[in-house]
Design a protein around this ligand. Structure first.
Ligand code: PEP
Ligand code: MG
Length: 862
């Protein structure tokens, strides 16, 4: 993000003829509506980066890509003309939005002869899309080899030419369904941007959770719109009304294309077009709303509706130096506060010993400090301040642009980083305005806060005021706020939907997080009943903690191994303190997620050894890196995938990157422990994969001069591995069921989709039947089988899992004491009978009800 260069030379992105842009047979380019540049006639099908920079936009159909050079100029390369109509055919995009590239790095591999046969033209405009701010000079035309310099670009000095926009006054929002056959691709985007240039207004286009300036063609293309999408035109400033009318008119007329008919809202309309009803909720005690558990617990309280603060500030500043000083001061104030909070957390954690709480909060705070320290963010804001913008406006713009990039990557972990950025954006804005960001209202003890979404710092503020429980309209079970809530013991429900916003402040509610239920204005009788249940649970939890170190043996004498899932080397001691008898899943990729370079063998060894030492001879199952899917890492390039969960992930990457795999296997094999160290492979679908991995283990052992066979098992987390478990069990040493992915793939529900979070349940009979197949195969072949997915931490699922033949459960650290304590109250005979019956039921809800009826005292636990 650093912008130090004022002049930047751009090289030809492909070999071919470079000529004037005015010769493009398309007025959008020839009249420079998209910006100034050149026209390239490529002779080969490889498009490379023309400069060092960052990928900021990729057309949905992969025919155009934009790079922001390190001096801020944005260069758009549009391969061929009207190639959007090819709908991606012939283009193999090799980069992702947000990726850093070097001049000459390959961006797109395209089929030139296919384009020649199927597109209007292969002529490729190469333009500076922010030509209002940057000018092109020293153009060199003629035949160029990829890599030859074709022009230089520098920032314009009189940026004041831009229209001054008075941001006062409310913004108006007008929705419209896009009639454009291919959405807002390059040409219509350029026409819209050009059509709005004369207005003294800020016009933005909102599409889902993405927003961009309507005068930015790159931003418009980055929205990824398609025909029929509902977008919102938001306008503010003196000419807002006229500008919004113009935008709506241009869009409805097709922006130079023939508008395509839209499906009317009605029986045949797609789901996205159905308007949501106004939120409402009954207050007569009959309303019980359903959500997804973010953090366990049962609590009674009164509602407080919490709204995010809006900050009002001027867009233009009071002089660049003064604004910059204010921003630097605000950033350093926020940094100081975060450091103080982190230090408090560490002190509390040290006093509390094994008590959880310090870890997750301190991690989030450190992540925020890291973002504040990012020089690129400050530099980006400084460039805006140099253009006469206020510190608040510049900071807001800089953070929002990066938030959009992170969100556009479309994976859950990057979206969480976007939440962190939003969090520090608000904290710095608050500091600039002299207010306290997300300042907690005076909550009475036991207040249940209802909010749309909550940021980590807002949660921390609220929690410091004695927050009793949390209900979010949106949110996800794996978000930072859910993790923090679990850490602080605050019961939380997420993805409850809009209706909770209609519950008036002060209404009594019962929050049954474990069951995903919110009872609104319950009767006095229900409250008495829940109070008694809460009392019993507290008693049980205290006792469970006390007995955490005892073995876990059912009433009829069957021992179950209760292990912990680990994702950080510091977790192991905590797990042992909570009664873990081993580690059933070390998510090794978690140790290396943020790194830019692969971890060396020695670094890995040191981390694994620390964990093995803390486990002190207890078994350790190290899963080889499950990279890909929702866990991309910068050091492994994965081409853009429509469905990352179904793409290059887990063992598929390990077998393609032998260098990484071998280093990891060698590190694991070098761990010294008095107990067993097992190797576990993720995402296996067939025997050949396992055998290939086994060969690698043998190779690593041979290199290290080690004798003897190593325990090598697989995760059962794909339907294929469950169905073929009888074949796999002949060769592997153990199975461990990953119920998170197994549920995702069996039920065809994305595990990160908060809208369907309530339906993805490992107790679905289809998932249980898969587990049952794998368990039979394990028994027949005398290998052990555990469960390490989320179901292992679920007290309702646990008796069914052990009834299906699972002998080891690997749970979250927090759940260990209760899991052990509850399983000590059941008999294996009952669990087996319950498991057989569960397999005959038709849905997860009925199975949950049945388990609760069979063991009514579960209500005293969860
Ligand atoms: C699982 O899929 O259940 C599992 C344990 O693996 P992860 O959650 O890391 O994908
Ligand atoms: Mg998994």
């Amino acid at each position: 993000m650093e912008r130090v260069l004022k002049i930047c030379s751009f090289i030809s992105p492909a070999t071919g003829w470079v000529g004037p842009l005015s010769e493009a047979p398309d007025p959008v380019f020839s009249e420079k509506m998209m910006g100034d540049g050149v026209l390239l006639d490529p002779v080969s099908g490889t498009l490379c980066s023309p400069c060092d920079g960052e990928i900021i936009a990729i057309a949905r159909t992969n025919h155009a890509v934009t790079v922001r050079a390190d001096n801020g100029a944005e260069i758009l390369m549009h391969i061929g003309l009207e190639t959007v109509a090819l709908d991606g055919a012939g283009f193999d995009m090799r980069v992702r939005v947000g990726e850093r590239v070097k001049a000459g790095d390959m961006l797109v591999d395209f089929d030139l002869s296919f384009l020649a046969d199927n597109a209007k033209s292969v002529l490729t405009p190469v333009v500076i899309s922010n030509s209002d701010d940057y000018e092109i000079f020293a153009i060199s035309e003629g035949y160029k080899t990829q890599g030859d310099v074709i022009f230089d670009v520098r920032a314009k000095t009189n940026n004041g030419a831009a229209i001054s926009v008075d941001m006062d006054g409310p913004a108006m929002e007008n929705p419209i369904d896009l009639p454009l056959e291919h959405g807002l691709h390059a040409r219509p985007a350029a026409r819209l941007a050009a059509g709005l240039k004369g207005f003294n207004a800020r016009v933005q286009i909102i599409h889902g959770d993405k927003i961009c300036d309507a005068k930015s063609t790159v931003g418009l293309m980055g929205l990824g719109t398609k025909h029929g999408d509902n977008i919102i035109v938001r306008a503010s400033g003196p000419d807002a009304q006229r500008a919004a009318d113009m935008a709506i008119k241009l869009i409805s007329e097709g922006l130079g294309e023939t508008p395509m008919p839209l499906t009317p809202v009605g029986a045949n309309a797609n789901i996205g077009a159905i308007a949501s009803p106004k939120p409402s909720v009954a207050l007569d005690g009959s309303a019980v709303l359903g959500g997804t558990m973010g953090a366990p617990g049962l609590v009674i309280g009164t509602v407080f509706q919490w709204k995010t603060q809006d900050f009002n500030y001027a867009e233009n500043g009071q002089g660049a130096q003064a604004e910059l000083n204010c921003l630097i001061k605000a950033v350093s104030e926020v940094r100081g506060k975060l450091e103080a909070l982190a230090a408090q957390g560490v002190k509390r954690g040290a006093k509390g010993g094994a008590e959880k709480g310090a870890g997750a909060q301190a991690d989030v705070l450190m992540a925020h400090i890291g973002l504040l320290d990012d020089p690129g963010l400050l530099e980006e804001a400084r460039l805006l301040i140099d253009k006469n913008k206020s510190a608040s406006h510049a900071w807001h713009k800089a953070t929002r642009r990066n938030i959009e990039i992170l969100k556009s990557l479309g994976d859950a972990r990057m979206a969480e980083r976007a939440d962190d950025l939003l969090d520090i954006e608000l904290q710095v804005l608050a500091s600039l305005s002299g207010e306290n960001a997300g300042a907690a209202p005076d909550l009475g003890a036991g207040t249940i806060v209802i909010a749309d979404e909550l940021l980590p710092s807002q949660f921390v503020n609220l929690a410091s005021e004695g927050l009793g429980g949390l209900c979010l309209i949106q949110g996800g079970p794996t978000s930072h706020v859910s993790i923090l809530a679990a850490d602080k013991g605050v019961p939380a429900l997420v993805a409850l939907g809009q209706d909770i916003s209609a519950i008036p402040n002060g209404t009594n509610v019962i929050l049954e997080a474990d069951r995903g239920l919110l009872h609104v204005a319950p009767s006095a009788g229900k409250i008495t009943q829940i109070k008694a249940a809460i009392k019993k649970r507290q008693k049980n939890q205290t006792l469970a903690k006390k007995n955490a170190h005892l073995d876990c043996v059912t009433k009829d004498g069957v021992a179950i191994e209760v292990f912990a899932n680990l994702g950080a080397s510091g977790d192991a001691a905590n797990a042992v303190a909570n009664g873990a008898q081993g580690c059933g899943l070390l998510r090794s990729e978690f140790l290396f997620l943020g790194r830019a370079t692969p971890p060396s063998e020695d670094e890995q060894l040191s981390m694994y050894q620390t964990i093995a030492d803390a486990l002190d001879g207890r078994p350790l199952v190290i899963r080889t890196m499950d990279i890909g899917g929702d866990k991309p890492v910068p050091f492994v390039h994965i081409p853009d995938e429509d469905n990352p969960a179904l793409g290059l992930r887990g063992i598929r990457i390990s077998l393609r990157r032998e260098d990484l795999f071998l280093a990891q296997l060698r590190a694991i094999l070098r761990v010294k422990s008095s107990g067993p160290v097992h190797i576990m492979l993720p995402m296996v679908v067939e025997r050949d994969e396992f055998m290939a991995a086994r060969k690698m283990v043998e190779k690593a052992s041979k290199q290290l001069g080690l004798k003897g066979k190593r325990s090598l098992g697989i995760m059962i987390e794909t339907p294929a591995s469950a169905v073929l478990a009888d074949q796999l069990a002949k060769d592997v040493d153990f199975f461990s069921v990953g119920t998170n992915d197994l549920s995702q793939y069996v039920l065809a529900i994305d595990r990160g989709n908060s809208g369907l979070a309530a339906s993805i349940d490992a107790l679905h009979p289809a998932v249980l039947r898969m587990i049952s197949m794998a368990s039979k195969a394990a028994r027949d072949n005398k290998i052990w089988m555990g469960v390490c997915g989320g179901a292992a931490s679920d007290l309702v699922a646990a008796p069914i899992l052990i009834g299906l033949g699972v002998t080891e459960l690997s749970s979250t650290i927090a759940r260990l004491p209760e899991l052990k304590a509850f399983l000590r109250t059941v008999t294996m005979k009952d669990c087996e009978a319950a498991a057989s019956h569960a397999l005959t039921l038709t849905n997860a809800k009925d199975i949950r009800e049945y388990v609760r009826q069979k063991w009514p005292h579960l209500a005293d636990w969860t």
